[in-house]
Design a protein around this ligand. Sequence first.
Ligand code: XMP
Ligand code: MG
Length: 175
Amino acid sequence: MITIKDKTFVPFISAEAIQTRIEELAEQINQEYADKCPLIVVVLNGAFLFAADLAKHLTIQCEITFIRVASYTATESTGQVKQILGLNDSIEGRDLIVVEDIVDTGLTLFEVRDQLLAKGPSSIAIATLLFKPTALTKQLDLHYVGFEIENRFVLGYGLDYDGLGRNTPGIMVLA
Ligand code: XMP
Ligand code: MG
């Protein structure tokens, strides 16, 4: 159990279970990209540990790059807009694997995928460590999913509560 600020979190997915599942996902990627050289696009900050552990088990040739997604309110009518920061590489004709920590409503990746598609990659696959199916509000194909979880707030292994807890080795859930 850990307490961060006003909230208490209890163990949910162990560090060992995460590693085992990541090795399975890596094996699947190794097979499906055996004759390709994908560009792995890691969404910071939350996916940093997942991406690092996944990358260690990839035996294919690949490039790895990092982006951030900034949310800002454009106008009252359009609401929140997501902007991709840090994508300096050309992605035209590339096979992309977007690596994310968690897909909750799916809004973030839905917009990120749209903006990446506009730059002419030859394919986009999404790898997410966690997925909350009941929270999803967008039609989004997820190719590699670590764990489907219920709609509860989680933290650890890269995911934060108010900036804290990213360094917890396993995933914890709000008690
Ligand atoms: P959407 O709703 O756009 O959310 O799919 C994606 C982003 O929201 C954050 N998020 C969480 N962070 N525990 C967290 O620490 C959670 O349970 C959680 N749910 C969503 C996360 O940054 C993700 O990229
Ligand atoms: Mg995130």
